[in-house]
Each structure stands twice: as structure tokens, then as C-alpha cells.
Design a protein around this ligand. Structure first.
Ligand code: ATR
Length: 269
């Protein structure tokens, strides 16, 4: 894992638990790489004979020109969180955040077809989640952002990629009386444990609320949803499943989800 900072990353704990559970003779390490050193670090990734790596903030977009190939979703999302090698030892960039988010929805028993989704935020996480939901063929994706123009730009960019999905852009204040099957917060609002990006009372009906924040484990948005008796989920599942998908890419084996989840929860407590 390359990031800046990486000290508090939870990924080594659950990847190492999975490697040791399956008896794979490998270790997952994190390296603090300043942005100016990223090209050298990627040259190192090429030359060290390693199996692959993860990338986290602030390298996910900056790494793009340093790679040989990208999956279509990484290309469209414009960010890479996982690197693997092909048979010619060329670097392939993947984005497992979106699929990680989709898999995490399993615990809500959530169906994808004909659903209306509201995503709060228009940054990198929204791009990954919106792409994955659109690929899963939801009916409508509303992107609501503090800066409207960013939501408008993203909706315009993704619309032609998924003609059967309806994209719309709103401000966070422009959602009065609307109903959604799923509300997803990707903004950083709530990390302080005090603020919320949206008053859920302004919406009509809501099927479920997901906040991709996982520290704190519950945010004011999730607490309000719980008071309204709406099913909720935080971002731990997305973190777990994006890692599991990366693990599968590197090892070509099924990830031991239970083992990884136990290690992750232990680390969090
Ligand atoms: P990530 O890659 O995790 O998605 P990001 O690209 O930095 O992070 O995006 C952060 C998102 O949180 C943005 O949508 C940002 O809104 P702006 O586009 O208007 O900046 C949103 N955000 C951050 N602070 C916010 C706040 N105080 N109120 C509302 N939205 C906020």
C-alpha cells in the first residue's frame, strides 16, 4: 500500500490475516510515499518482483500516467486503488472501490434494478460508487453536491456511458419532498461526529442510508436515519470488500471474508 499518510491504514491488518489464513507466503506492507516520490515508488513496484499493491490518498489519480493499462472502470472513474501485473509484467490499474461498495450492500438485501439512488458528494468516491451502481443498472442516480457545477459535470460525463440510467445533479438544498431507495453519503461531513450533510426530514421516503465514513462508526446522518427507523450501514463493509476484491485480483483465490472482517473489526476496536 502506497499512501501519504498511511500510518492509520487498516488494510495491512486484514490482508495479512487473509494471507496467513490461506497459508500464502506473502506479506502486505504499507509505505509512506510523498506525492513527489510517486514515480520512483512505482518504478520500485515494477522492479521489486512483488505481486501488486494498493494506492490510497493522495495517489489514486496521480498514478494514472505511470501505469501501462487500466480496466474500463478505473479509466472512467479516473482513479486506481489497486495495481496488478499482467503476464508481461506490465502494470494494470484497477478500481475496486465501486465493486466493494456494491458487495457491501448485500447485508441490506438491496436489489439494484429499478432503484433510485441519491449520492451526496461529487468527488472520487462518488465517481466509483456511481459507476458501479450504473453498471448494476439502477434506474436513477441523483448526485447532490455543495458545489453544484461538480455534480453537473459528473452527471454529464457519466450519462453517455450508461444511456439506460437517468443521471441528475442537484444541490444539497434542492431535494425537498423527493423519495429515494438508497441515500449514500460520500462527503467528509460527519467525520467530526457532529455534522450532517443532509437533514433527512426534507426527503419524503427513504429505503436505506449508507455513510461510507467508518470512523466514527456512526455519524449524525446514520443516527438520524436510525431514529427514523430507516436501515443503515457505515463504510466498514465497503472498506472490507474493496480489499477483498484486490486480494482476489492478486492471489486469484476467493478472499476469506470472515477472517478479514474479524481482523478489521479487531483493529477498529
Ligand atoms: P473523495 O475522493 O473521498 O470523494 P473528495 O474528492 O475530496 O473526496 O470529495 C469530497 C466531497 O465532500 C466533495 O463532494 C465536497 O463538496 P465540494 O465539491 O463542494 O467541495 C464534499 N464536502 C466536503 N466538505 C463539505 C461540507 N462542509 N459540506 C458539504 N460538502 C462537503
Amino acid at each position: 500500500m502506497l499512501g501519504y499518510p498511511v500510518k492509520h491504514s487498516l488494510s495491512p491488518s486484514f490482508h495479512n490475516a487473509a494471507l496467513s489464513h490461506l497459508g500464502i507466503n506473502a506479506v502486505y506492507l504499507s509505505f509512506e510515499v510523498a506525492p513527489s516520490n510517486l514515480p520512483d515508488a512505482i518504478a520500485g513496484v515494477r522492479s521489486l518482483g512483488i505481486q501488486g499493491c494498493n494506492l490510497t490518498v493522495p495517489h489514486k489519480a496521480q498514478v494514472l500516467p505511470l501505469l501501462d493499462h487500466m480496466t474500463p472502470e478505473a479509466q472512467a472513474i479516473g482513479a486506481v486503488n489497486t495495481i496488478s501485473f499482467n503476464e508481461n509484467r506490465q502494470l494494470i490499474g484497477h478500481n475496486t472501490d465501486g465493486i466493494g461498495f456494491l458487495r457491501s450492500l448485500d447485508v441490506l438485501n438491496w436489489q439494484f434494478s429499478r432503484q433510485k439512488v441519491l449520492i451526496l458528494g461529487a468527488g472520487g468516491s462518488t465517481r466509483a460508487i456511481a459507476y458501479a451502481l450504473a453498471e448494476a443498472r439502477v434506474l436513477q442516480i441523483t448526485i447532490a453536491n455543495r458545489t453544484l457545477q461538480k455534480a453537473v459535470d459528473l452527471a454529464k460525463e457519466f450519462s453517455p456511458l450508461f444511456p439506460e440510467v437517468s443521471f441528475e445533479a442537484k444541490t444539497l438544498q434542492d431535494l425537498q419532498g423527493q423519495s429515494f431507495d438508497l441515500v449514500v453519503n460520500t462527503t467528509t461531513v460527519g467525520m467530526d461526529g457532529r455534522s450532517s450533510p443532509l437533514d433527512l426530514n426534507q426527503l419524503a421516503q427513504i429505503g436505506a442510508v449508507v455513510d461510507i465514513i467508518y470512523t466514527p462508526a456512526t455519524t449524525p446522518l446514520l443516527k438520524q436515519a436510525e431514529r427514523l427507523k430507516i436501515p443503515t450501514m457505515n463504510g466498514i463493509g465497503m472498506l472490507l470488500h474493496q480489499g477483498a476484491k484486490a486480494f482476489e485480483i492478486w492471489t486469484k483465490q476467493s478472499a476469506p471474508i470472515d477472517v478479514m472482517q474479524r481482523a478489521l473489526l479487531q483493529q477498529l476496536t
